[in-house]
Write a protein that binds this ligand. Structure first.
Ligand code: GTR
Length: 410
């Protein structure tokens, strides 16, 4: 019997598969807006990639301002982790439009391998929360709120988030680690875009009326900051960088990876709506829910799709596709329904055909791996048991993937 008839017979006799497993996210990553089929890597890169970037700029994150000017200064460099690491506090001062913004990048490098590839990501509560180190200044505010701004965080915050960042293990595995507080780049509340990098980039409030529908939100600014930090790391001899982020910072890592081909590996952890999860499924957090609570993360136009996701001319699998042919890793947690783990898997799966054009393998299985399992190659997905969080198990998967990307011969 020809394969086609078998398929027909099967579909006639079996109950319908759940829609997720059979249907593909739309639009098709390989068909350009004008209908051109992109059947080779060169056509995809020349025709499809730029229009996808443009779609995300217009409808989700906002247009990307020119990269900000910055200067770097090593404010403190010393041995750490019992001599196994060199720890650097790099002062990165952005300037533009007559203003300056001072930020700090905290960098750990294996002492014997200073040009090691490195994981770069933003953190939620300040560099002093990432590691318990009495020599680090407590300089971030307790939370990105108007009330918190300018208020010093308590000493007890030191190392408060260290469990999320297994720095010693990361270094032991031959990688560096760098992080900066996201609130330095743009405080995480809606202030009309007067603070953070927005005014320096000419992306602040307008005198003449409402912001343009495609004016960049906070995710865009955090992503641009990550790209600047990647470049700043060259001062310390680092050339190969993986960008990572959890939750809203996972959304940010994806947009940073999409914008900046300098990131060899992009890691999204539990990024959910506006990150790796498909918007049109409307599972967990919806466009309405996210733009109501966090309008400042996105460009104003994204809110127009609240309750009408089907009208979006894109979906988040196309954001993942923008990483091609570089490596991308999407991680979900089984109890994190708000981030729609299934929608994150489907987006990674449906981005994967783009890697095929480059002779690379993405995710080939139709259905999500079981809890505790991983799937895929250059596009990889894992589903951890448990809640919305960044855990040792997530890092074990990221390190394994980074081994393949940066140390293929290991
Ligand atoms: C939630 C938000 C999510 C996610 C999360 C986080 O409140 O709904 O989109 O970004 O915050 O960043 O922790």
């Amino acid at each position: 019997m020809p394969a086609g008839s078998l398929l027909l017979l099967l579909s006639a006799t079996l109950p319908a598969m759940p829609q997720d497993a059979t249907s593909r996210a739309t639009p098709d990553p390989l068909t350009a807006v004008d209908g051109t089929a992109c059947s080779d890597a060169a056509t995809w890169t020349a025709a499809r990639r730029p229009e996808l970037l443009e779609l995300f700029e217009q409808h989700v994150y906002g247009r990307t301002p020119a990269p900000p000017a910055f200067r770097c200064e090593i404010s403190d460099q010393r041995s750490a982790l019992g001599g196994d690491a060199r720890r650097t506090r790099l002062k990165v001062t952005f300037h533009g439009n007559g203003a300056e913004l001072e930020t700090e990048l905290l960098v750990f490098q294996p002492a014997e391998h200073l040009d090691a590839p490195l994981f770069l990501g933003l953190n939620f509560r300040g560099n002093h929360t990432v590691v318990d180190d009495p020599d680090l200044p407590v300089r971030a505010t307790p939370a990105g709120t108007p009330e918190g701004l300018g208020r010093r965080a308590p000493e007890s915050d030191r190392g408060e988030r260290a469990r999320r960042y297994p720095i010693a293990t990361i270094l032991d595995r031959g990688f560096g680690f760098a992080t900066a507080w996201y609130g330095d780049l743009d405080p995480d509340f809606d202030d009309g875009f007067r603070n953070g990098l927005h005014p320096l980039l000419g992306a602040g409030p307008t005198e003449t009326g409402p912001r343009a529908a495609d004016a960049p939100g906070s995710i865009a600014i955090w992503a641009i900051g990550l790209s600047s930090y990647r470049k700043a790391l060259r001062v310390l001899g680092v050339e190969s960088v993986a960008v990572f982020g959890h939750s809203r910072l996972g959304k940010t890592a994806l947009w940073a990876g999409a914008l900046d081909p300098g990131f060899a590996l992009t890691i999204s952890n539990d990024s959910g709506c506006g990150g790796a999860a498909l918007s049109k499924r409307k599972q967990g957090e919806t466009v309405e829910a996210i733009t109501r609570r966090f309008p400042h993360w996105f460009c104003p136009r994204f809110a127009e799709y609240a309750g009408r996701e089907e009208a979006l001319p894109l979906d988040q699998h196309l954001l993942i596709a923008l990483m091609a042919p570089r490596a991308v890793h999407v991680a979900s947690a089984s109890e994190d329904a708000w981030a729609d783990p299934e929608g994150e898997f489907l987006a990674a799966r449906d981005a994967s055909p783009v890697w095929g054009l480059f002779g690379l393998r993405g995710i080939e299985q139709e259905t999500s791996p079981a809890v505790g399992e991983v799937t895929g190659e250059q596009v990889r997905y894992h589903l951890r048991a448990g809640k919305h969080d960044l855990t040792g198990e997530d890092w074990r998967r990221f390190l394994h993937h980074a081994d393949r990307v940066f140390y293929a011969s290991r």
